[in-house]
Design a protein around this ligand. Structure first.
Ligand code: IPD
Ligand code: CA
Ligand code: CA
Length: 266
C-alpha cells in the first residue's frame, strides 16, 4: 500500500476521535475492572478492550496490509512497512476514577521510524497531532516546548510503575529530584505528560517503565515541538527510561538522574 504521511495522520486522527467519543459516550455508570496486568493495581476495563477493538478494526479495514501493536491485543502483521502503535486508553486509572487526564494514543511507524502521531484527550476536547518534520499542533496552533528553563525552575512530570519493587526505587529517586526542581506533577498518563511538554504546560518529563505504546505518539509530538526525547547515556527512549525536555533541561535532568541509578528495581 502507498505510504503518505498526511493520509496516515488523517486516518489516525479520525480513528482516535471516534474511539475517544465512544469512551466518553459509552462509559458504563458502574465501570468494572475486568483484568489486571503487571500487578493488582495495573487494571484493564472493558472499555480499554472495546476501544482497542474499534481502533484495530477501523485501521485494518482501511489498510489491511499494515502491522498493528496494541497494548491490550498485542501484535499482528509483522514484516509490514507500516505499523500502528496504539494505547487505547493511556491513563486507565484516571478513566476509572473519572479524572480527565486520559488519552487515546495512536502512532504510525514507517520502516521503523515514527512519522505521525495523535494524542486525543477526550475529557478536555484536545487533539494533539504531529507529522515528522512538520511540527506539532493543537487546535491549529503550532506548539513549542519551553526553552531555557533551568532545572531549579522546572516543573517536571513523572509517573510510577505498578509493581512494588519499582515504586520503592521511584520514590527514592524522587527524594533526590524534588529538592532540585520547581515541583513535580504526577498526572497519570504518559501520553498526556508528553503533550504537556510539547505545549509548555510542564517543562520536562521522566519515567522508568513507559512502553512504546505510551510514548510513541506523544514523543513525536514533543519532539516536533522542539523537545528531546531519549533514555540515559544516549540510548533511545524505552522502558528503562524515557526522558523528555528542551535540550538544555534534558541534559540537566539526565545528569541529575544518572548518579541516582534510576533504572533498577528493588
Ligand atoms: C500508564 C500511564 C501512567 C504511567 C504508567 C503507564 P496505562 O498507562 O501512562 O502515567 O505512569 O507507566 O503504564 O496503564 O494507563 O495505559
Ligand atoms: Ca499506557
Ligand atoms: Ca493503556
Amino acid at each position: 500500500m502507498t505510504v503518505n504521511t498526511g493520509e496516515l495522520l488523517e486516518l489516525a486522527v479520525s480513528v482516535a476521535r471516534e474511539a475517544g467519543r465512544m469512551l466518553l459516550d459509552s462509559r458504563p455508570a458502574r465501570l468494572e475492572v475486568v483484568g489486571t496486568k503487571s500487578s493488582p493495581t495495573d487494571v484493564v476495563t472493558e472499555m480499554d478492550r472495546a476501544a482497542e477493538r474499534l481502533i484495530r478494526s477501523r485501521i485494518l479495514a482501511a489498510r489491511p496490509g499494515d502491522a498493528f501493536l496494541g497494548e491490550e491485543g498485542g501484535a499482528s502483521g509483522e514484516g509490514a512497512r507500516v505499523r500502528w502503535i496504539v494505547d487505547p486508553i493511556d491513563g486507565t486509572v484516571n478513566y476509572l476514577y473519572a479524572l480527565p487526564a486520559w488519552a487515546v494514543s495512536i502512532a504510525v511507524e514507517v520502516d521503523g521510524e515514527i512519522v505521525a502521531g495523535v494524542v486525543d484527550i477526550p475529557p478536555l476536547g484536545e487533539v494533539f497531532t504531529a507529522a515528522k518534520g512538520e511540527g506539532a499542533y493543537l487546535a491549529g496552533r503550532r506548539l513549542r516546548c519551553t526553552t531555557e528553563v533551568p532545572l531549579d525552575r522546572a516543573l517536571v512530570a513523572t509517573g510510577f510503575g505498578y509493581e512494588r519493587g519499582r515504586r520503592v526505587v521511584q520514590a527514592e529517586v524522587l527524594t533526590h529530584v524534588i529538592p532540585r526542581v520547581r515541583d513535580i506533577r504526577r498526572g497519570g498518563s504518559c501520553a498526556v505528560d508528553l503533550c504537556s511538554v510539547a505545549s509548555g504546560r510542564v517543562d520536562g518529563y521522566f519515567e522508568r517503565g513507559a512502553q512504546v505504546w505510551d510514548f510513541a505518539a506523544g514523543g513525536l509530538i514533543a519532539g516536533e515541538a522542539g523537545a528531546v526525547i531519549g533514555g540515559l547515556h544516549g540510548r533511545p527512549a524505552g522502558p528503562d527510561m524515557t526522558l523528555c525536555a528542551s535540550p538544555g533541561l534534558f541534559k540537566e535532568l539526565h545528569d541529575l538522574l544518572v548518579p541516582l541509578d534510576p533504572e533498577r528495581d528493588a
